[in-house]
Design a protein around this ligand. Structure first.
Ligand code: ATP
Ligand code: MG
Length: 401
């Protein structure tokens, strides 16, 4: 059964006053944008909720768009019928019978907004519940842990019936927390970090370092595909592609020891910070996760993080790999990340990367590399920037290759 209405619930309960107003306005704007392909939808906003008449529009497509709207707490596909007991009863029974199988237990919960309706909540529970019970042998009422909760809202003009409350993406509306720059590798962690950052209301640009021709065009394409997945949650994402080969090979030319990774990553961070400042972005977002590899021990994070002054946000820092993978599957980046193309960080790896780099030593080694500032500036100058949109796959691909 294609529902004819949706109930959308916006925002966290803790939001108050002016904040709530602003919050709801921007979630609403994002909902309208993401459902723009269905121009016939009718919206009615009310106390933290939105009722959407969907007419004949396909529910499956609508719900998959809604799942990408941050700030949407939950939603329910619903049916509306006239405010008449008999019709409500029939609709309730029809919905139970349309389930793949009749549940063992259920409960009716009525909410009466319309105080003129002749039956009160208790009476309605009984009148509708009893009717359904009679028609479904074996079905029982369980008020504590029912398998199915059939909810009925008695509104001013009509009654709404629904059974499902589906979790939305949650979080804060897109852009409400400001803008940041995501360091996006081709790996599993950084797209998840980006998604978590966006869910907290950050608008992102992304930056990727490639070492062409040591890394392939396909590695670059992978990052474009990942960015496109993330862009489904906004509308478009600017992706900065930094040619990092010169910086890497030059460092490697004079230094091959155990601090190599630390030094390369510091160069990466410095470049990212400059690009962020140029684009007026107030933080870097990365996919580091504590203890995962040599460059993600506390001393490494310290030595690397000290190369910049912008805040570095690391949303997956405290998550287990298993949790990160679960999220990567949920946001559909896992399969792309899992493709085997090499990342620039895996090139020139020393045999024994330091897990305990000493900041002073690192700075000393770097001081010898007087070519670095100029090469970093040159990398920024040669950076190409493309805008990735969810729906322009062909255009972006042609533009690049
Ligand atoms: P990921 O799964 O995101 O690649 P990782 O576990 O492989 O992370 P590292 O390779 O140490 O970890 O990278 C840590 C973080 O540094 C990444 O999550 C990403 O934010 C950033 N990073 C690494 N390589 C690149 C790159 N080539 N371009 C942009 N950012 C990068
Ligand atoms: Mg990686």
């Amino acid at each position: 059964m294609n529902p004819d209405c949706l109930i959308l619930r916006l925002g966290e309960l803790t939001l108050k006053g002016r904040n709530r107003g602003r919050f709801e306005k921007s979630v609403m704007a994002q909902i309208r944008k993401s459902l723009a392909a269905f121009p016939d939808l009718r919206y009615k906003q009310e106390f933290g909720r939105v009722y959407v008449e969907i007419g004949g529009a396909p529910y499956d497509q609508i719900s998959s768009s809604l799942n990408k709207v941050f700030g949407l707490t939950s939603y329910s596909p619903a049916f509306h019928v006239p405010l008449e007991l008999e019709v409500i009863r029939e609709q309730a029974l029809g919905m139970m019978q349309a389930l793949p199988q009749i549940p063992k237990t259920f409960k009716v919960s009525v909410r009466r907004v319309n105080k003129d309706f002749p039956y009160d909540t208790q009476q309605m529970n009984y009148l509708v519940g009893g009717y359904v019970l009679q028609a479904c042998p074996g079905l029982k009422v369980d008020v504590h842990q029912p398998e199915v909760e059939l909810r009925i809202e008695l509104r001013e003009q009509q009654a709404l019936l629904y059974m499902q409350v589906i979790d939305g993406a949650g979080g804060f509306p897109h852009g409400s927390s400001g803008k940041a720059l995501l360091l996006l590798s081709g790996g599993i962690d950084s797209p998840v970090a980006g998604w978590l950052a966006m869910r907290k209301g950050l608008e992102l640009e992304a930056i990727h370092f490639h070492s062409y021709p040591y890394t392939s065009e396909r590695a670059k394409q992978k990052v474009i595909d990942l960015t496109r997945k993330l862009s489904a949650y906004t509308n478009s994402i600017k992706l900065h592609l930094v040619p990092f080969t010169e910086v890497q090979t030059s460092i490697h030319g004079v230094y091959k020891d155990n601090l190599l990774v630390t030094i390369m990553r510091r160069a990466m961070y410095r470049i990212a910070e400059k690009v962020a400042q140029r684009e007026e972005l107030l933080a870097l977002v990365t996919g580091e996760s504590l203890g995962q590899v040599a460059s993600q021990t506390l001393p490494s994070l310290n030595a690397i993080g000290r190369s910049v002054t912008l805040p570095i946000l690391q949303p997956v820092m405290m998550l287990d790999k298993k949790e990160i993978v679960r999220l990567a599957r949920q946001i559909e980046t896992f399969e792309i990340s899992n493709l085997p193309y090499e990342d620039c960080c895996t090139l020139f790896l020393p045999d024994n990367p330091s897990t305990n780099p000493n900041l002073r030593v690192v700075e000393k080694v770097e001081e010898q590399m007087d070519f670095l500032p100029q090469l970093e500036a040159e990398a920024i100058r040669l950076t190409e920037t493309i805008v990735i949109r969810i729906d322009d796959k062909d255009e972006a691909d042609e533009h690049l290759f």
